[in-house]
Design a protein around this ligand. Structure first.
Ligand code: ATP
Ligand code: MG
Length: 601
């Protein structure tokens, strides 16, 4: 066997295998190049999901004729002036363009700022053409046609055109949030046009364009620093969670990254406030000395390695938790606001006679005009309060005698009634509060468990009759592997032959528990345990899961004193504004809002 140096095209195709995985990775490379060239306008056009055509045009610096010839050659870059320790550009490897050229039909037209004319170069399956003069504006147009035509094996692995087009949209959204001063447009035969106007330094305005206007109302600003590592950005409220991670954006020194450490820190920060399988929305911008982070980890440049990963993790978790506890009340006001707007759809005026209460019993409230709302709201509230009129009216009267100090002055006010066995209505000085008793209780139990966990004494209580849960064998194995740690949480179980677990004791704080449901959910949860999280973080998460299975007070009729006790306990508990699933535990309505609702102001 003889060792041979591979031909350049083959070398480039091998590199392309790592750098250009799909049309969206080519789009990412080309957008990065445009940004490195100082562009303020970037237009992206695609067809066939970027497989048949991907074109990125920019108004950046452009390239001279000489540079254009070098640009498509491997290991040629204008960016690595200060070595790998001081990378301040998105690109640095000098291989994106030759890689694309080796697997597609690439054409680049460019005109440098001070040049009289432009030029075009093409690379087809690795074959580089002569330069041709071209009339062009300052800037660069890169066109990629028939991606992977030269490597059919890769072509076979691509997803549908729609999925590939979607991935390009994702990349564009990420770049757009990272670079708000750049105007982006994305268009093509395979999509609806997307346009993000430049918002200058106003990152929040750009985020609103990309994620939606409601983000601002549902996010808390972050600004924290630890030993010269700075974190800014926004953390979404836990109630604003989503079904996937598409709304998590992270940047390291301006570079959009998809980094495992950051993703796991985000999970950690929201561990007890968002249920597993749901994802927080967040924009994290991390800035640090370029020497303290290695971006040369993977050819796609979206992974990074921090010199001090623990510090970065701590910074993210600390900043988000601090922000959430500082602004914890927001979940209740956000929910109240959306409730108010459901009642009052922007006050669209409509003649009163148009509204027929009997026309459709299912008419959504949002369609009801203000004028009619007065009539509509009155019977609705009357209906809501029926249980109080019947059952708790007497109790409500007791309040004034039983509680001598004025409980209205407490943040959550004085309990007046309970409706539908779960909602506590309380009066505050300037409005009213509606508490979801089940959710609130769940949160309080969780906080108790957390405290007990910290004190290393979670009391357990033996089940009268041990319960047997039938589970898949892997689940049993997994549960047994962690039996000891879960004992620390007051849950005692053992193996009961193949495919079964015998549960003997449960944490006493939970009261009566749905044991089967709990053990199944724990088995799922353990399966998803993130190996990088600490035992403590895992146990806290388990505590949250457990709290949700306890059911002491939910769905139970409470006496006024019990309700008031619950309200006072909530006030004394940090983070009680939302349950462990990130839903609000109470909603506050201002008297002025209620008055507006009834057209009184
Ligand atoms: N849109 C553009 N405007 C101006 N110059 C460009 C543009 N695209 C590429 N170039 C020039 O071509 C060179 C090669 O680009 P290429 O993307 O292959 O490598 P790179 O950006 O230096 O590094 P990487 O491989 O990490 O992307 C760049 O260094 C830059 O000088
Ligand atoms: Mg590049």
């Amino acid at each position: 066997m003889q060792i041979k140096l591979l031909p350049e095209t083959l070398i480039n195709q091998i590199a392309a295998g790592e750098v250009i995985e799909r049309p969206a990775s080519a789009a990412k490379e080309l957008i990065e190049n445009a940004i490195d060239a100082g562009a303020t306008r970037i237009e992206i056009a695609t067809s066939g999901g970027g497989k048949s055509l991907l074109r990125v045009s920019d108004n950046g610096s452009g390239m001279s004729r000489d540079d254009l010839e070098l640009a498509v050659r491997r290991h040629c870059t204008s960016k690595l002036a200060n070595g790998l320790d001081d990378i301040r550009t998105l690109g640095f490897r000098g291989e994106a363009l030759p890689s694309i050229g080796s697997v597609a039909k690439l054409s680049i037209t460019s005109r440098a700022r001070d040049a009289f004319d432009g030029a075009e170069i093409t690379v087809v399956g690795g074959k580089v053409s002569e330069l041709r003069p071209r009339a062009a504006n300052t800037g660069t147009i890169v066109e990629v046609r028939d991606l992977f035509f030269a490597t059919p094996a890769r072509l076979k692995f691509l997803k549908t055109e729609r999925a590939e087009a979607g991935a390009i949209t994702e990349i564009t959204r990420r770049m757009a949030i990272a670079f708000p001063h750049v105007r982006f447009t994305l268009s093509g035969t395979d999509r609806a046009t997307l346009e993000f106007a430049a918002t200058g330094d106003d990152r929040l305005a750009r985020i609103a364009q990309v994620i939606g206007k409601d983000f601002e109302e549902n996010a808390i600003e972050l600004d924290a620093e630890r030993e010269d590592i700075r974190l800014t950005g926004y953390a979404g409220l836990p109630v604003f969670n989503r079904g996937n991670a598409a709304h998590q954006f992270a940047f390291v020194n301006g570079r959009p990254v998809a980094d495992k450490l950051i993703a796991s820190a985000l999970r950690g920060a929201y561990a007890e406030t968002i249920p597993s399988g749901r994802y927080p929305v967040a924009v994290l911008d991390i800035r640090l000395d370029p020497a303290l982070v290695d971006v040369n980890v993977h050819p796609a440049k979206s992974d990074v390695r921090f010199r001090d990963p623990g510090m970065v993790r701590g910074l993210i978790i600390g900043a988000i938790r601090e922000a959430l506890s500082r602004d914890g009340d927001r979940s209740s006001t956000t929910a109240a606001r959306s409730m108010m707007s459901a009642f009052r759809p922007g006050f669209r005026p409509q003649p009163a006679q148009n509204w027929q209460p009997s026309a459709s019993p299912f008419r959504p409230f949002s369609e009801v005009a203000t004028v009619g709302l007065r009539e509509a709201a009155a019977p609705m509230f009357a209906d809501m309060l029926v249980p109080s009129a019947r059952g708790e009216a007497v109790a409500a009267e007791m309040v004034s005698e039983a509680v001598p100090e004025q409980p209205e002055s407490h943040p959550l006010g004085a309990a007046r009634a309970q409706v539908h066995e779960n909602y506590i209505i309380a009066q505050t000085e300037d409005g009213m509060v509606i508490v979801d008793q089940h959710a609130a209780h769940e949160r309080l139990v969780f906080e108790d468990m957390r405290k007990a966990l910290a004190a290393q004494s979670v009391p357990s209580q033996a089940l009268l009759i041990p319960e047997i849960a039938d589970l898949p064998e892997e689940d049993c194995d997994r549960l047994m592997e962690h039996a000891e740690s879960l004992q620390a949480l007051g849950l005692h179980y053992e193996r009961f032959g193949p495919g079964a677990i015998l549960i003997r004791e449960t944490p006493s704080m939970l009261g009566k528990v749905d044991v089967q449901g709990l053990i199944r959910e724990l088995a799922d949860e353990i399966g998803e345990w993130d190996t990088s999280s600490t035992l403590h973080a895992r146990l806290e998460h388990v505590a949250a899961t457990m709290a949700c299975h306890g059911s002491v007070r939910s769905g139970r009729r409470l006496r006024i004193e019990e309700m008031n006790a619950l309200l006072r306990q909530m006030e004394a508990t940090p983070g009680s504004g939302q349950c462990n699933h990130g839903r609000p535990t109470y909603i506050k309505l201002k008297l002025s809002d209620i008055e507006r609702l009834f057209g009184r102001s």
